[in-house]
Design a binder for this molecule. Structure first.
Ligand SMILES: [Zn+2]
Length: 240
């Protein structure tokens, strides 16, 4: 009887430990500012009033139309993390971004959650997309953003091995809690600070709030005295 009780206690302890490990790995897989493996950038140390704007997914024709209009009207350059298979689906859109002076980054080929695959698979996702970015005219392809921000061990290693920095964010869009363009934009503008990397998703048909909010975000950041730059420019302004 005593043996059985002890065995159950062990089993419970192992189950609890496994649950804790799973929770820790789940949390670690989407942490914006730290990583179990490799370096991750979520913001840059600087005293200057400067922030980077990063726009994920696509490129879709309607997304590029809307975003370029808002950015070019204000003479702002941003960083677009593009998906390889979307570039193939809508050829010419990445080229429009390059022609407008925008910075392109790598957001994988398939945009699947990149956990549980081999490192070789991650490398092929990154390199295939790099080739498309270069074919579109991108000069540098050394910035990588994991789909959904998710990564554990193999993906950061593959990113480093292929010459990329893993770029996350410290200010992300939040349509769930701020469902109108005005509330959404006000939330982003309020949370931005010197060196922030802002993330928005304006590309798809369902991203109407994000698209409508973009001009408000740009004007709100300017009103707070922020200069908006690309992620590459922000990294070059790192002070420590
Ligand atoms: Zn994405």
């Amino acid at each position: 009887m005593r043996f059985k009780f002890g065995k159950w206690r062990w089993l419970l302890a192992i189950a609890a430990l496994s649950l804790c490990c799973a929770l820790f790995l789940w949390r670690a897989s989407k942490a914006e500012c730290w990583a179990l493996v490799g370096d991750v950038v979520c913001q840059v140390e600087t005293s200057r009033p400067v922030v980077a704007l990063s726009l994920d997914d696509g490129p879709t024709p309607e997304g590029v139309d809307a975003v370029l209009a808002a950015l070019q009207r204000r003479n702002v350059r941003a960083t677009f993390f593009l998906i390889g298979n979307r570039m193939e689906r809508w050829p010419g859109q990445a080229e429009r971004l390059v022609a407008a002076g925008m910075e392109l980054g790598n957001h994988s080929y398939s945009h699947r959650r990149m956990i549980g695959y081999s490192e070789a698979h991650y490398r092929s996702e990154i390199l295939r997309t790099d080739a498309l970015l270069r074919a579109a005219g991108a000069k540098t392809t050394n910035l990588f953003r994991p789909p959904f921000g998710k990564r554990l061990f193999g993906l950061p290693r593959a990113a480093t091995a292929t010459g990329h920095r893993v770029i996350m964010w410290d200010v992300a869009d939040d349509v769930t809690h701020h469902p109108t363009p005005q509330a959404y934009a006000a939330d982003i503008v309020r949370r931005a600070k010197p060196g922030s990397i802002i993330l928005m998703h304006p590309m798809y048909r369902g991203n109407r709030v994000e698209r409508a909010a973009l001009p408000l975000v740009l004007d709100g950041l300017a009103a707070r005295g922020f200069r908006i730059v690309t992620v590459g420019e922000l990294l070059s302004l790192q002070e420590s």
